[in-house]
Design a protein around this ligand. Structure first.
Ligand code: GDP
Ligand code: ZN
Length: 309
């Protein structure tokens, strides 16, 4: 059978009930996803297309489409199940909920382990300008900038309420397939709504008005943001290093990774060894005390877990 449009390349933006929704790679404003089935060949090979995959597809006679092949992936996340993500945006609110640096470092360690670029986004900026928690919020902002910018993480500040800071973030997302990670309530859905006019994702106050939780349907969906995409997902919800197959956290803390090569002993844990370059840098104040503390805590957690298995 002759194939029509056999060379068309598109991106899977959603997978639901055996269908894949494919957006043409050359998108314009009126592009809509094409509902596709995957060819039987995938099942035979034990392969399955993922959201985020670039695929070749063709239109079929019933007005739908068929996914013919998957182009090579640059990355593959298990949770959330998305292919080709190359950027993680860690969203933390300056307050409500209060900034939790331990959780921030845990997210960052996971992202480093997954080999993704990470940027930080401090949301709810307006609460640092007025309101009861103004001072706490300002402190949180300064602290994050002081700890993370020197080790090379970009820090964006946004307020979805005021619409401020979102342009810079929008520009940063261009050309990337990004995932938003962060605990519930920090304003991820509001941020996406601010980035994409007309999107109208449900946010927390809306879902509580309707008397139901958000994300009742747990499928991953890619949202076009200019010529980039953002995966709308609860994100890295399973924050467990053993599940990730991580056995050395040094590699997940970039400022320690760099220095570990200078440690006297191979396999240095940086907890007590003499001649440890990490401990030396910590002593000189070159490594933030909070970062080191979290490295220690996560290392203990990992040890505990392993002992129990
Ligand atoms: P998500 O769970 O991370 O997706 O967070 P939501 O987007 O649902 O927001 C959680 C709550 O924070 C809601 O009550 C929002 O109205 C509120 N919120 C979101 N963005 C902002 C902001 O920029 N400023 C303020 N003051 N509140 C915000
Ligand atoms: Zn060391």
């Amino acid at each position: 059978m002759p194939e029509r449009n056999s060379a068309a390349v598109g991106r899977i933006v959603k997978a639901l009930s055996g269908y894949y929704y494919v957006l043409p790679e050359e998108m314009d404003w009126h592009s809509v996803p094409i509902q596709c089935r995957a060819r039987g060949i995938f099942k035979k090979r034990g392969e399955s297309p993922l959201v985020g995959d670039l695929v070749t597809y063709e239109h079929t006679s019933n007005g739908e489409g068929a996914v013919n092949s998957i182009l090579p992936r640059t990355s593959e996340l298990v949770r959330p199940p998305v292919a080709n993500i190359d950027l993680a945006v860690l969203v933390f609110s300056v307050t409500e909920p209060a900034l939790n640096l331990q959780l921030l470092d845990k997210f960052l360690a996971h992202i480093e382990h997954a080999g993704l670029q990470a940027i930080l986004c401090l949301s709810k900026q307006d609460l640092a300008e007025h309101g009861p928690d103004m001072e706490e919020a300002q402190q949180a902002m300064e602290q994050v900038k002081a700890i993370y910018e020197p080790i090379g993480y970009e820090v964006f500040s946004t307020s979805s309420r005021l619409g401020s800071g979102t342009d810079a973030l929008y520009n940063r997302l261009q050309g990337h397939l990004a995932v938003l990670a962060g605990q519930s309530g920090v304003g991820k859905s509001s941020l996406l709504n601010a980035l994409v006019p007309g999107l109208a994702l449900e946010t927390n106050e809306i879902s509580s008005k309707l008397g139901r939780g958000k994300h009742t349907t747990r499928h991953v969906e890619l949202i076009p943001v200019g010529d980039g995409y953002v995966a709308d997902t609860p994100g890295f919800s399973q924050l467990d290093f053993t599940a990730l197959g991580c056995d050395d956290l040094t590699g997940c803390f970039r400022e320690m990774r760099e220095r570990a090569e200078q440690c006297k002993f191979r396999g240095c844990t940086h907890l007590h060894e003499p001649g440890c370059a990490v401990l030396e840098a910590l002593g000189k104040g070159e490594i933030a005390a909070s970062r080191y503390e979290h490295y220690k805590q996560f290392t203990m957690e990992l040890k505990d877990k392993k002992r129990r298995y």
